[in-house]
Design a protein around this ligand. Structure first.
Ligand code: DX5
Ligand code: ZN
Length: 221
């Protein structure tokens, strides 16, 4: 069964100087989880932030659900520090990790929800071997590295394929989409089978976050 829809504001697009307030406001507005984008300037051509920022956010009292999207090589060396910093879920990239099965197991052992991300051109051939490890599959709908890009429609059939593979096994694994999700396309993406929607620029550019969440939910209704 397809899980309930979830909205995941991406802090890459927020005012980082006011991170704790922005995260609290996003959840108060009806966002379901915070999407925390980590970039290493190697796997992706950009640098963002690391575990100390998440630790500070927790020390500041933010207790909402945080999914860490690791757009990095050598994720194994980072998993533990993000768990200690207060991650609820860690999503690693299939393309950036040599022993994906082991890395996913490590995330689970440390008590976090387990996510696996795939780039646009990565096929889902691995799914038979990894599907029982996953709480969430993240289908990238842009080339990762920057917010504010347009969704690449070629990703939509992959979402459909993933949902039908999970449904064939009666798995209610989350399918998250990340990149270019807007009010104008969220319904199409949901119809393809996604249930968790990362929203960066089209969320934090809104004057009223609660109104924006309501607009997203109206599209999904
Ligand atoms: C980019 C990140 C995304 C980004 C999405 O590589 O993984 O999470 O914040 O931003 P928008 O929603 O603006 O495309
Ligand atoms: Zn992301």
């Amino acid at each position: 069964m397809k899980p309930d829809n979830r909205i995941a504001p991406s802090i890459l697009a927020c005012n980082l100087a006011r991170l704790a307030e922005e995260c609290s406001a996003a959840i108060r507005a009806g966002g379901d989880l915070i999407h925390f984008d980590v970039m290493d300037n190697r796997f992706v051509p950009n640098l963002s932030f690391g575990a100390p920022l998440l630790k500070s956010l927790r020390e500041d009292g933010f207790d909402g659900y945080v999914d860490v999207h690791l757009m990095t090589y050598e994720a194994d060396g980072l998993i533990e520090s993000f768990v200690e910093a207060g991650a609820n879920s860690i999503t690693i990239h299939y393309e950036a990790t040599p022993h994906v099965h082991r890395s996913l197991n490590r995330i689970r052992e440390l008590g976090c929800d387990v996510g696996l991300a795939v780039n646009i051109s990565t096929p889902l051939d691995f799914l038979p071997y990894l599907k029982d490890r996953l709480d969430m599959l993240l289908v990238m709908t842009i080339n990762p590295g920057f917010g504010g890009q347009a969704l690449i429609p070629a990703a939509l059939p992959k979402i459909e394929m993933a949902r039908s593979l999970f449904e064939a096994d009666r798995l209610s694994t989350h399918i998250q989409v990340d990149g270019g999700v807007k009010l104008s396309n969220i319904r199409t993406i949901a119809d393809a089978g996604a249930d968790t929607f990362v929203v960066g620029s089209d969320f934090f550019s809104a004057d009223d976050y609660a109104e924006r969440v309501a607009q997203f939910r109206a599209q999904l209704a």
